[in-house]
Design a protein around this ligand. Structure first.
Ligand code: IPM
Ligand code: MN
Length: 387
C-alpha cells in the first residue's frame, strides 16, 4: 500500500519538527509494509514573501489576496490526511498567517472536530502534584469551524454606520447586516455563532468516542453569561445525549473546568467544547500532560480531508537551532497513520514515544535533556522497530 500525503512544514521550527515526524512515520511504514509519498506545499512566510503574496506594510507583512489560493485548497481536498508543522512568522502581522493558512484550511476542508488527547505518558513530569498517568488521560473534542472563529466583526466609529457580513459553509449560509449607532469614539466587536447542525455533529462525535472509551462526556460552556450562543449549545448537547443513555454526561462552565483540570483531572474522559474554549483549555491540557512539546492534535473531517499538527506554534526564536521537542509532531503523525487505517503502525509510534520518554536518556531541553530535535527523531525511529 502506498499513501500520498501532502505536507506543509510551515515556518519557524516547523520544517525541523516535520522532518522528524516524517522520519518516524517512514520507519513505521517500513516495519508495517507500506510506504508514504510526501508532496510538499511551501506555505511558509519566506516563500509567500518571495511570491509577493505577502507584502510589507509599515512594520509587518500583510497579505494582498488570499494566502492560500482556492486552487491549492481544491488540490488538498483530494487527500485524506495532511501533515502540518507550524505557522506564525513574526515578520507577518499577527493573524494573517493563522487565518490565511491554518483557519482557512480548517474551514474550507470543514474539519469540524479538533481532537486533542490529554494523556500523561509514563516517565513524564507533570506540574500536578500527586497525579500520574492514571489520573491524566482524557480527550478534548474541540469544535473547529464555528463560534468566535467565524471571523465576523469589525470596528465602528462614532455615528451611524452599516456593515454586511456573510458566512458560507458547506452546512449552511448566514448573512448579518448590522446597523451600528454609537457615541463612543470607536468600538470593536466580534460575533460568535453556533448552528444546530454544527453543534450536533461535533457533540455526536464526542458521544461516539465516549462509547468506545466507555465513560462520560463533559460539556464546556459559559451558558450562565453567553446564554444565547452557549445556552443553545447546551440544548443541542442534551438532545444528542438523549440518544446515548449508556453514556454519562455533565456540564462545566469554562472557568470552573480550568480549576478541575488542575485539581481532579481524573474526572474527565471525553470533553466537548466550543471552538474558543476548546482552544484555551487545551493549552492548559498540554501543560498537565508534560508541556506543549508533547501535545498533538488532529483536525478531522471524518468524511473528507483531515489535518494533523502539534498544538504548539512555530516558536520563531528557536528556529534553525535543532533544539525543540519533535514529539508533539511525531505523535500527531501517529494520529495521521491511525486515520489512514494503519492502526498497528500508529500504535507502534506511540509506544516508541512512550519508551523514549520512559528511558529518558535522549530528550530535548524542555524535558531537562540536551539532545537535539533530530537525535530524538532518530531515536524514536529506532525504537519503532523494537516495540
Ligand atoms: C491552535 C492555535 C490556533 C487556534 C491559532 C494559531 C489560530 O492556537 O491551534 O490552538 O486558535 O486555533
Ligand atoms: Mn491554541
Amino acid at each position: 500500500m502506498n499513501y500520498k500525503v501532502p505536507v506543509i512544514p510551515g515556518d519557524g521550527i516547523g520544517p525541523e519538527i516535520i522532518a522528524e515526524g516524517k522520519k518516524v512515520l517512514e520507519a513505521a511504514a517500513d516495519k508495517h509494509g507500506f510506504s508514504i509519498d510526501w508532496t510538499e506545499y511551501p506555505l511558509d512566510a519566506e516563500t509567500l514573501i518571495r511570491e509577493e503574496k505577502l507584502v510589507k506594510s509599515g512594520e509587518f507583512y500583510i497579505s494582498k489576496g488570499p494566502v492560500i489560493e482556492e486552487e491549492t485548497l481544491k488540490e488538498l481536498e483530494k487527500y485524506r490526511a495532511i501533515y502540518l508543522g507550524a505557522i506564525g512568522d513574526p515578520r507577518v502581522k499577527p493573524g494573517v498567517l493563522e487565518k490565511g493558512i491554518l483557519l482557512s484550511m480548517r474551514f474550507y476542508l470543514d474539519q469540524y472536530v479538533n481532537l486533542r488527547p490529554v494523556k500523561l505518558l509514563e516517565g513524564v513530569w507533570t506540574p500536578l502534584k500527586d497525579k500520574g498517568p492514571k489520573e491524566i488521560d482524557f480527550v478534548v473534542v474541540r469544535e473547529n469551524t464555528e463560534d468566535f472563529y467565524i471571523g465576523i466583526g469589525s470596528r465602528a466609529r462614532r455615528g451611524i454606520s452599516h456593515a454586511d457580513f456573510e458566512v458560507k459553509r458547506s452546512l449552511y449560509k448566514i448573512k448579518f447586516g448590522l446597523d451600528v449607532d454609537t457615541d463612543s469614539e470607536e468600538i470593536g466587536y466580534q460575533i460568535g455563532e453556533v448552528s444546530k447542525e454544527g453543534c450536533r455533529r461535533v457533540i455526536k462525535y464526542a458521544f461516539d468516542l465516549a462509547m468506545k472509551r466507555g465513560q462520560k462526556v463533559s460539556s464546556v460552556d459559559k451558558a450562565n453569561v453567553l446564554s444565547e450562543i452557549y445556552g443553545f449549545w447546551r440544548e443541542v448537547f442534551l438532545d444528542v445525549a438523549a440518544g446515548y443513555p449508556q453514556v454519562k454526561h455533565d456540564f462545566n462552565f469554562v472557568d470552573a473546568i480550568t480549576m478541575w483540570f488542575v485539581k481532579n483531572p481524573e474526572w474527565f474522559d471525553v470533553i466537548v467544547a466550543p471552538n474558543m474554549f476548546g482552544d484555551i483549555i487545551t493549552d492548559l491540557g498540554a501543560m498537565i500532560q508534560g508541556g506543549l512539546g508533547l501535545a498533538p492534535g488532529a483536525n478531522l473531517n471524518p468524511e473528507g480531508t483531515s489535518m494533523f499538527e502539534p498544538i504548539h506554534g512555530s516558536a520563531p526564536k528557536y528556529r534553525g537551532q535543532n533544539k525543540v521537542n519533535p514529539i508533539a509532531t511525531i505523535w500527531a503523525g501517529a494520529m495521521l497513520l491511525e486515520h489512514l487505517g494503519e492502526a498497528a503502525a500508529a500504535k507502534d509510534v506511540v509506544a516508541a514515544i512512550e519508551r523514549n520518554l520512559f528511558e529518558g536518556g535522549i530528550k530535548t531541553y524542555d524535558m531537562g535533556g540536551s539532545s537535539t530535535t533530530s537525535e530524538v527523531g532518530t531515536e524514536i525511529s529506532r525504537l519503532v522497530h523494537l516495540v
